[in-house]
Design a protein. Structure first.
Ligand code: C2O
Ligand code: CU
Ligand code: CU
Length: 508
């Protein structure tokens, strides 16, 4: 989180130099973009240039109250000002604070209610990304909350432990609202996860790592400096709203809950000394067994839980994003930020590290949802601002799915540009990528997957419950500018034989 401007009068005076350096960097990037062809840009490399002198801010865990058998959370969307770069106040949006939002945590089986009040002067929504829930509680574009209004969705958490998140989803405005700062983490726990020897002390050895890239103008305001086809690429990476962040590790194993909450940028997360880490969970929860990796690609909206091992009292390592293979090359790769190399978060050790047992070799049992020959298959062609040749229409239901079924969704990126694919309500499994079985990091529960140009990705998922012919869920590209421009469609889950209800543009 940014430090509320009013809470830190002393900070404005110090460290003006680092603000100047960052803002000059932004000016240079804008100038470079301005003199080439539309969208041309140079690679960005920040390795060795980050001061890492700000303690990582940890979003507070939101306490729930109980009322009528519900766990009740209160969220208020508002605008504010935050000191993110020294010497400047940035106008920001946040939830229960000026920038970003608190972390919500709920256990499988909890019946929860979230009371959202919108104190912004425009309508927004809050969507619980990755959550299995009734469509009317989903917080998509049909559940707008007008200025001064409120909304109280309720549901029973019934899915495995996972790192989910929440962000706004007003039609055509998701990019702007999320970029301004409306985003937070939503951690689900369950008995399986609780029974494993994993780091889970929030803010101590279990750390939210919400990664967003921003561009600041010369007065410290957010701006979209570097507009590319994928969206706006920032030159300053914030973690939990902190620029130049460091975190002091206190245990041998630290669990990082990586969330790519950027609107456009993909990250290939790894460590500066090339050390391996254990991937334990993807979007929808734990893997069956940890996977040793030295880097993992997360495109916008994706999450990964990794456990990093530190040793001794002077171990220091940087979480970095490496150049990545997005299946594009040349100018398209540069324009997608694929060749950028970014230092993100410094991990240091200062005390003796608390010893920890080995990471368990078995994690969770995953449901088998392998498709059979007669599993219904739908195809989704990703094109320029379109899915299956159509732009999003709030009044059109694109897909009608009978409840209680398993389906295969075949997603084909027929465009020359990077896109990804996100489905509301369900967690899917990747069956194949261009006919090949997926790599280990894509074998777990997922709700968002990268779809390189030319690729054909088969997903399988179950639609177990929550039939509602009136209220659609969304599927879309999670590069938010693409979503806003119409790369989104709507599906309803219905009782067999039921037909969807006609929608009006401003429903709910
Ligand atoms: Cu994270 Cu439809 O969104
Ligand atoms: Cu979502
Ligand atoms: Cu896209």
């Amino acid at each position: 989180m940014g430090i509320p401007a009013d809470a830190s009068p002393a900070r404005a005076a110090i460290g003006r130099r680092s603000f100047l350096r960052l803002s000059l960097g932004s000016v240079a990037a804008v100038t470079l973009a301005g003199c080439g062809l539309l969208g041309s840009r140079d690679d960005l490399n920040t390795v060795g240039t980050i001061t890492f002198d700000e303690p990582l801010s940890i979003p507070p865990l939101l306490e729930a109250t109980s009322a009528g058998g519900h766990r009740v959370y209160e969220l208020v969307t508002r605008s504010g000002r935050s000191v993110i770069l020294d010497g400047a106040e940035t106008p920001t949006w946040g939830i229960n604070g000026p920038f970003l939002g608190p972390t919500l945590r709920a256990h499988r089986g909890d019946t929860i209610r979230i009371d959202v009040r919108n104190e912004l002067d425009e309508a927004t929504t809050l969507h619980w990304h990755g959550m299995h829930l009734p469509a009317s509680a989903d917080g998509g574009p049909h559940q707008t909350i007008s200025p001064g209004g409120s909304w109280s969705p309720t549901w029973t958490v019934d899915q495995p432990a996972a790192t989910l998140w929440y962000h706004p989803h007003p039609h055509g405005e998701s990019e702007r609202h999320t970029y301004r700062g409306l985003a937070g983490m939503f951690i689900l726990t369950d008995d399986v996860e609780a029974g494993l020897d994993l780091p889970r002390d929030y803010g101590v050895d279990d750390i939210p790592v919400i990664v967003q890239d921003k561009t600041f103008d010369s007065r410290g305001r957010f701006s979209d400096g570097d507009d590319q086809y994928v969206g706006s690429l920032g030159d300053t990476v914030l973690v939990n709203g902190t620029a130049n962040a460091f975190f002091e590790v206190t245990a041998e194993h630290t669990r990082l809950r990586l969330l790519n909450a950027s609107t456009a940028r993909s990250y290939a997360f790894g460590f500066s000394d090339g050390r391996d880490f254990a991937l334990i969970a993807t979007d929808g929860g734990l893997l069956e067994a940890p996977v040793e990796l030295s880097s993992i690609l997360l495109t916008p909206g994706e999450r990964a839980e990794i456990v990093v091992t530190m040793s001794g009292t002077d171990d220091t390592v940087t979480l970095r994003s490496y150049p990545q293979d997005l299946g594009v090359s040349g100018g398209r790769a540069r324009g997608a930020g694929a060749d950028d190399e970014l230092d993100i978060l410094l991990l240091t050790t200062a005390t003796d590290l608390a010893p920890r047992p080995r990471i368990p070799s078995q994690l969770a049992q995953l449901d088998d949802i392998s498709p059979t020959d007669d599993t219904a298959t739908r195809t989704f062609e990703l094109g320029n601002d379109r899915i299956n040749g159509q732009q999003m229409d709030m009044a059109r239901i694109d897909e009608v799915i009978p409840v209680g079924t398993t389906e295969v969704w075949e997603v084909v990126n027929t465009h020359s540009q990077p896109h990804n694919f996100h489905i509301h309500d369900v967690q899917f499994r990747v069956v194949s990528i261009d006919g090949q079985s997926p790599p280990p990091e894509l074998r777990g529960r997922k709700d968002t997957v990268y779809t390189p140009p030319g690729s054909r990705i088969r997903l399988t998922m179950r639609f177990d419950d929550y039939a509602d012919p009136e209220t659609p869920y969304m599927y879309h590209c999670h590069l938010l500018r693409h979503e806003d421009r119409g790369m989104m469609g709507q599906f309803v889950v219905v009782e067999p034989g039921q037909r969807p209800t006609e929608l009006s543009h401003h429903h709910g």
